[in-house]
Design a binder for this molecule. Structure first.
Ligand SMILES: N#Cc1ccc(Nc2nc(N)cc(-n3cnc(CCO)c3)n2)cc1
Length: 286
């Protein structure tokens, strides 16, 4: 169920860092279509050789994303297996991971952030309708295809990346390190259900409205585990309605978390109320 890409059709560019047990590189792929050679810029995601045993899960994560297509889901062109290298060939998304972008550019507006939140909610709703749980929703896995800038008033556009190797194979410490993105029940079951993505949506909202700052980043694994054992919550944001939506998503009882439809409705009302407030301020100023 995958397009196999020949290793010789890939050229390798600079390293762009690493994920869990993977390294990512800029690159290009060439393919012949009706005697014409097309060169496409790609992102090459390589599974570490010492984690070869995870290769099924590595590719399964990608195949999940390539069986369905949606404007806010990352496009996976195919895979390439060469000697001991397992390579996933993804579309190259222009502005990279959202967490780094938010840390770099502190000037994105509230409406920009809400627009991104709504796009993520739509992607999750699409997955929920297909009964597919992603399992690794976080700002690092949101890729920014279009910056959108306040002047020309065009909006940002994000793509949700593949979930990567399943946590169940990555070991307990990796799961603990993903606190507070990973839903609490996953620590016991190591099973990813649809409700888990709603918890992670709440954490990702928190990240977006904290300019990409990682929640609980100073805590070690023991303290992170205790955060869940004490049923703790992230510090509430000033904007009460937004803090409420985050709190609804990050309820310890999975069945109490809102449906994607409800999340989309609530983000829409935040957008409306946000605009109304800005509009009112303009009225007062004029
Ligand atoms: N400077 C810069 C710059 C870096 C990267 C991209 N593009 C891109 N395209 C993708 N398909 C995936 C990723 N990516 C980034 N970090 C991860 C690991 C966490 O998911 C994946 N980046 C664009 C610009």
């Amino acid at each position: 169920q995958f397009h196999m890409i020949k290793h010789e059709d890939l050229t390798w560019g600079e390293s762009l860092g690493q994920g869990s047990f993977t390294h990512i590189f800029r690159g290009h792929k060439t393919d012949q279509r009706d005697e014409v050679t097309h060169t496409t810029e790609v992102l090459l995601k390589v599974l570490d050789a010492n984690h070869k045993n995870c290769w099924e899960s590595f590719f399964e994560a990608a195949s999940l994303m390539s069986q369905i297509s949606h404007k806010h889901l990352l496009l996976v062109y195919g895979i390439s297996v060469h000697k001991s290298k397992n390579i996933m060939v993804q579309e190259f998304v222009k502005h990279g991971a959202l967490d780094l972008y938010l840390k770099k550019s502190m000037s994105v507006s509230v409406s920009w952030k809400l627009d991104v939140a709504k796009q993520l909610a739509c992607a999750l709703n699409f997955l929920e309708e297909k009964n597919i749980a992603h399992g690794n929703i976080c700002a690092k896995n949101l890729l920014l295809a279009r910056e959108g800038d306040p002047s020309s008033d065009n909006s940002p556009f994000i793509k949700l990346s593949d979930p990567g190797t399943s946590m169940t194979l990555l070991g307990k410490d990796v799961v603990l390190d993903r606190i507070p993105w990973v839903a609490p029940e996953v620590l016991d079951t190591l099973e990813i259900e649809l409700e888990c993505d709603k918890w992670s949506f709440g954490t990702t909202l928190w990240e977006i409205f904290n300019n990409g700052e990682a929640p609980l980043q100073g805590l070690d694994l023991i303290q992170k585990q205790q955060f869940y054992e004490h049923f703790s919550n992230l510090p509430a944001l000033e904007w009460t309605e937004l803090a409420d939506l985050i709190a609804q998503c990050m309820q310890y009882q999975p069945e109490l978390r809102p449906s994607c439809r409800s999340i989309i409705r609530q983000v829409n009302s935040l957008i409306t109320s946000g605009n109304t407030q800005v509009f009112a301020i303009c009225l007062v100023q004029d």
